[in-house]
Design a protein around this ligand. Structure first.
Ligand SMILES: Cc1ncc(COP(=O)(O)O)c(C=O)c1O
Length: 497
């Protein structure tokens, strides 16, 4: 038997096991050949006999070896199928754990573009150690959810699910949910559509992905708000689009700056609660945006991610509801209304785009899980969703009031708060602090158990003033007050440097 090499990773027993397995997959020793006695191999390799015994036991258990009572240990006549396949796929019959690291397969151009646009070191994971005062944005108030009702409806649907519903569902989503959504969106958001125009997706992110995949070619110009939700910009840049940022002010997108960004294929906007600054696009700007799209032959992706939570002023209907010319694709999500892990959202497309988008969805994943879709349909039809939104709006309104009061008490004139009319987060501007000190402020806050978030990653042109993003839905009022007091301490520590 050839000399065995250990790779130095993990326990000696695992190293020897990997080395032996690779040798067997290489055919040396071949099927039916006898392995050295454990004491002999231990001496050859320089490990204890017990280590060899454990490695042999593992290989015996996996079917690489057989023990012939009294006469020793042999390589099995036939190797376990899937292990051989792994060895062959890894090339030259060598096992996956052999010393040479596997070569990275060549990626497509689209994949390479995607890796180029997502910043190095970017993590998609949320913080695993929770902070006691975490002003995380993007999360709804889990404690406010009517979960008993949700599980009851899920249980009822699950018990009565017919065999037919266990099969593939139609692309586009369960008809019950599309109907419930079309009616709900008309009532709550002024969206004008037939159920056939509603495509059930796995949240806004998939709506963004489908839209860009179906409408944008490499080199096409895509207008994004500056600042914007990064999930849109990454996706468009990965598709090879030329991204152009148009600034926002307190009223959202500066539509008078659109002409300078023309020509455009797609304009991505958050008109009901600009992400992240919070402005609500006034009617006159909405109409101007629609005229721009018509003039430029462009389409608009309306990301309506959290507008149900509107506190001040009259609710403004969706941009889609004003669109007379089939220019707007409307995306909404259950992530803020209910909870993100539900992974249900909806994309309302102009009628001529319905078929192409259904094909795209069928090719992508054939749609969302039926049971959850049916439960959401019942949840909407039975009035639970709107009841929940009403209650949550009241509770979130109280949290928002606690936040504004605490900021006024602890920061006074040193802070300006924007984006308070709607949604579940606010922007906190700190005009007396240098923008370069924001990371230090976040660190100081974290050391005091407070999570606050930088905004520079949302900008194409980073702001000159210091700013933070504060979500408040997941905290109770007392924690909001205490957290802001601690944030003010952190601010004082950084400002004194
Ligand atoms: C502005 C905005 N758009 C889209 C999304 C994506 O939401 P989801 O894919 O969970 O529906 C988020 C998530 O926080 C968001 O903040």
């Amino acid at each position: 038997m050839a000399q065995l090499a250990l790779d130095g990773e993990g326990s000696l027993q695992r190293q020897l096991y990997r080395s032996l397995r690779a040798a067997i997959l290489d055919g040396e020793p071949g099927p039916g050949r006898r392995l050295p006695a454990t004491r002999v191999l231990a001496g050859d390799v320089g490990v204890s006999r017990n280590t060899v015994l454990q490695a042999y036991d593992q290989l015996l258990a996996e079917g690489y070896l057989t023990a012939r009572g009294g006469s020793g240990t042999y390589v099995a006549d036939t190797l376990p199928d899937e292990r051989v396949a792994v060895g062959q796929l890894a090339g030259g019959g060598r096992g996956r754990d052999s010393a040479a690291p596997p070569r990275a397969p060549r990626l497509s151009l689209a994949a390479q573009r995607m890796l180029d646009v997502v910043p190095r070191g970017m993590s998609w994971n949320l913080r695993t150690v929770p902070l006691p005062y975490d002003f995380r944005y993007g999360a709804p108030a889990f404690g406010d959810l009517p979960l008993e009702t949700w599980w009851r409806i899920m249980g009822r649907r699950a018990r009565h699910l017919s065999a037919r519903r266990l099969s593939y569902s139609k692309p586009g989503g369960a008809p019950e949910l599309r109907e419930a959504l079309a009616a709900y969106l008309r009532r709550a958001r002024g969206v004008v559509c037939s159920p056939e125009q509603v495509i059930v997706v796995h949240g806004t992110q998939q709506a963004i992905d489908l839209t860009i995949r179906m409408l944008v070619d490499p080199g096409d110009r895509v207008i994004v708000e500056d600042p914007h939700y990064p999930g849109i910009a990454f996706n468009a840049a990965a598709a090879g689009a030329e991204l152009v940022g148009v600034p926002v002010d307190d009223d959202g997108l500066c539509v008078d700056r659109l002409d300078a960004a023309a020509p455009a294929r797609l304009v991505c906007v958050t008109p009901s609660h600009q992400f992240p600054t919070g402005g609500v696009l006034p009617l006159a700007r909405r109409l101007e945006l629609l005229r721009f799209a018509e003039r430029e032959d462009a389409l608009i992706l309306e990301d309506d991610y959290d507008s149900e939570f509107r506190f001040d002023g009259r609710p403004i209907e969706s941009l889609q509801g004003l669109d007379q010319n089939g220019r707007v694709l409307y995306a909404g999500t259950a992530s803020k209304l209910l909870f993100p892990s539900l992974r249900l959202g909806w994309l309302v497309v102009p009628a001529p785009l319905r078929r192409p988008f259904l094909h795209a969805q069928a090719l992508a994943d054939t749609g969302s899980a039926t049971l959850e879709q049916l439960a959401l349909a019942d949840f909407i039809e039975d009035g639970h969703l709107e009841r929940h939104v009403r209650r949550s709006r009241t509770r979130n309104g109280a949290r928002r009031a606690a936040l504004l009061e605490a900021l006024a008490t602890h920061f006074g004139e040193r802070a300006i708060v924007s984006g308070t009319d709607a949604g579940l987060h606010v922007m906190l501007w700190l005009p007396e602090l240098a923008a370069a000190h924001v990371p230090a402020l976040c660190d100081e806050a974290r050391a005091r158990g407070v999570g606050v978030y930088e905004v520079t990653g949302f900008y194409r042109q980073p702001p000159k003033e210091a700013a933070l993003l504060l979500g408040y839905a997941t905290l109770i009022e007392k924690a909001i007050g205490d957290g802001v007091a601690r944030l003010a301490e952190a601010y004082a520590a950084v400002a004194a440097r």
